[in-house]
Structure formats: C-alpha cells, structure tokens
Design a protein around this ligand. Structure first.
Ligand code: SAH
Length: 208
C-alpha cells in the first residue's frame, strides 16, 4: 500500500519549502525522505506536515519544517561534514542532518528524549551515522571534536564560548541566540577567528 504520508511530505516540499525560498536540493530531498509523522506524539500525526512546531513530550517541541530546512541549508553541507547538534529533542533535525552530512553527533539534556530519539533513528529508521549523548550541550563532545558544523536547536543568551574551540577551521556554527526575542546567528571560523552575522528571527526553547 502506498505511504499516505509520502504525499503530505511532497506537498510540504513543493508548497511550503520551495515557495518560501529553500533552494538546496539535498536539503529538499532530505525533507522529502524523513518521515516527520514518526517524530511527533501519535495523536498529532495528521498535523505533522503543517508548517508549525508540535509537542514531542517533556514540554519540548519539534521545530517547524521551514526552520529545520532553513537551518540545514544555512549550514552549507556538501555531504562530507561531521556535525554536532545540541538539543536532540525528537531526533527529527538529526535525521535531516544524517541525510545531508557524513556524521551527526547529537546531545540532549533530557535522558528520556535522548533515549527515544536513539531508538527511533537507530532501530526503526536504521541510521548508522548518528551518535547520541545525554548531557549538557554547552560542553560539546570533546572526543569527536573538531566538528565541521555545530547547530544549536535550543537558545542560549549568548553562544557558549567553549563550543567555538570544538569548531574546525573553516567551520560554520548556527544558533538561535537571545532571551527576549531570538535571532538565528551564523558563525564562521577563519584563520582561528570567528565572525558572525544575524539571520532571521526565531523562537526556540531556552538552552538550560
Ligand atoms: N532538534 C529538535 C528540537 C529541539 S527542542 C528536534 O528536531 O526535535 C530543544 C531541545 O533542546 C529540547 O529537547 C531540550 O531538552 C534540549 N536542551 C535544552 N537545553 C539543553 C542543553 N543544555 N543541552 C542539551 N540539550 C538541551
């Protein structure tokens, strides 16, 4: 039987993401492949392709599809990168990164969420290039550093300075930053120096 969600996914890509300016074909392909309905609470599956955030339990949310696509595109991935994600949540963003980068190291502070995401990505979806850790994301993951890309999906008041030390030369980091009103900030490390530029306004849960 045809997957009833495949059509909803196609609609999301063609009617929401492309018209709103997502251009990177690898990102659009990833959004078309990852079954978002499996990352939300069971009763919400029918709404899983509406362009908005949804609850995933423990008071946390899965980001809206456009923001996931926008952030993944802003990471300028070639497919060869090692990526650190802070804030595993449901694991949806990690799955999109698994489709567009070489390896994904994802850190979550709430043990139940980290464990559930691991079961879904490894056992149910069969990803072999995503590695999970429960802990405080501010500390990064020194054993696997440096990372070509670092993505925060929870908002700090200011980018955790220690994480810049785990960003590879030429690397890009992206984070929602701010307390009252957040902006997505993109950082680029060149010759050991980090330059930043602000992108769109966003709403993420705070980094705790
Ligand atoms: N990327 C997720 C959505 C992020 S929700 C997805 O695709 O579903 C933000 C997540 O960041 C929450 O799960 C929250 O528990 C987690 N978080 C908050 N502070 C954190 C910290 N200091 N270290 C790691 N994870 C953190």
């Amino acid at each position: 039987m045809a997957d009833p969600f495949a059509e909803k996914r196609r609609w999301m890509v063609e009617r929401q993401l492309r018209p709103r300016g997502i251009r990177d074909e690898a990102v659009l392909r990833a959004m078309d492949r990852v079954p978002r309905e499996l990352f939300v609470e069971e009763g919400l599956r029918d709404s899983s392709y509406v362009d908005g955030p949804l609850p995933i339990g423990c008071g946390q949310t899965i980001s809206q599809p456009f923001i996931v696509a926008y952030m993944t595109e802003a990471l300028e991935l070639s497919g060869r990168e090692s990526v650190l994600e802070i804030g595993t949540g449901s694991g949806y963003q990690a799955a999109v990164l698994a489709e567009t980068a070489a390896r994904v190291y994802t850190v979550e502070v709430i043990p139940g969420l980290g464990a559930a995401a691991r079961v879904l990505l490894e056992e149910k979806l069969g990803y072999r290039n995503v590695f999970f850790k429960v802990g405080r994301g501010q500390e990064g993951w020194t054993e696997h550093a440096p990372f070509d890309r670092i993505l925060l999906t929870a908002a700090p008041a200011a980018f955790p300075p220690g994480l810049f030390g785990q960003l590879a030369e030429g690397g890009i980091a992206l984070a929602p930053v701010g307390v009252d009103g957040q902006r997505l900030v993109r950082y680029h490390k060149q010759d050991g120096v980090v330059a930043s530029d602000e992108r769109i306004g966003v709403i993420f849960v705070p980094l705790v």
